[in-house]
Design a protein around this ligand. Structure first.
Ligand SMILES: NC(=O)c1ccc[n+]([C@@H]2O[C@H](COP(=O)([O-])OP(=O)(O)OC[C@H]3O[C@@H](n4cnc5c(N)ncnc54)[C@H](OP(=O)(O)O)[C@@H]3O)[C@@H](O)[C@H]2O)c1
Length: 254
């Protein structure tokens, strides 16, 4: 089993939520982390909080020039190496199937699926040198069907398939590809999508506590622990690891 000490890790969308929690966790464990995001104020605040072990890049993963800039920055910050790419950046889009907006649908696929595929391709030469890892972030939306969430759920089903195919494809390069499937953790994903304010988003999530076998929602750190395992586990590839407190089990009372 590898350790996180001295690793160079790129986390897309690392200025908030699960990505920020993971950046903090990896830096505390001795890694050098590069994060990216589109909002300069968020990126600057994250950089300030995380300190010199963090390189924070303002960049949009759906833009090809930005993708190259982000990868180059991560390799430079890592002293010429990249040990892990975490395709974490993601957006929520939901709506009834009769009401979907084509541009919004293409945008969410572009961010949640296509950009991560293209970034993964750019990262391969560096990950091959380190026998590194790619991690995709899925969602409990592939385990439980939430009416009205078909766009988001479909993107997350896509990353689970990608995980298996890329694990098969990149195994000969000794690159491992895995997926963490989180349950409900309070972040800003729904607020950024304009769905709820902070208070309502938290109340809705807390209202789902009893649907979890373990009776509560999760934390960023609990998701980061699974990411850390998948970065370090040398004989695990093509796996999807559910870290959801049992939400995906579909508990029933009877
Ligand atoms: N929270 C949960 O309960 C939960 C559950 C299952 C899965 N997930 C997944 O976990 C991942 C992280 O989400 P989160 O919940 O932590 O939400 P979040 O706090 O909103 O974080 C997502 C981050 O992605 C960044 N981002 C979005 N589009 C981007 C783009 N085009 N280029 C660069 N950065 C971009 C956002 O920053 P900018 O807007 O500034 O770019 C934001 O910081 C997502 O893939 C999400 O689907 C979350």
């Amino acid at each position: 089993m590898k350790t996180l000490v001295g690793m160079s890790i790129l986390i897309t969308g690392g200025a908030s939520g699960l990505g920020l929690g993971a950046a903090r966790y990896f830096i505390d464990a001795g890694s050098r982390v590069t994060i990216c995001g589109r909002r300069p104020d968020k990126i600057a605040a994250a950089q300030q909080t995380l300190g010199d072990a963090c390189c924070a890049v303002v960049g949009d993963i759906t833009d090809s020039d930005d993708r190259q800039t982000i990868i180059t920055a991560a390799v430079e910050h890592g002293g010429g190496a990249l040990h892990a790419l975490i395709n974490n950046a993601g957006n929520m889009y939901r709506g009834a199937i009769t009401d979907l907006d084509e541009k919004a649908l293409l945008d969410v696929f572009n961010t949640n699926v296509v950009a991560g595929m293209l970034l993964s391709g750019l990262a391969v030469p560096y990950l091959e040198d380190t026998e590194g890892a790619i991690i995709f972030i899925g969602s409990v939306h592939t385990r439980r069907a939430f009416p009205g969430a078909s766009p988001y759920a479909a993107t997350k089903a896509a990353v689970e398939s990608l995980t298996r195919v890329l694990a098969a494809e990149l195994g000969e390069k000794r690159i491992r590809v895995n997926c963490v499937v989180p349950g409900g953790v309070y972040t800003e994903i729904n607020q950024r999508a304009g769905l709820f304010d902070d208070e309502t988003a938290l109340a809705r999530l807390q209202g789902m506590a009893s649907l979890h076998a373990l009776g509560r929602i999760g934390t960023e750190t609990e998701i980061a622990e699974a990411m850390a395992y998948l970065i370090c586990a040398e004989w695990t590839t093509g796996a999807t690891v559910d870290v959801d407190g049992g939400l995906g089990l579909g508990l029933s009372q009877g």
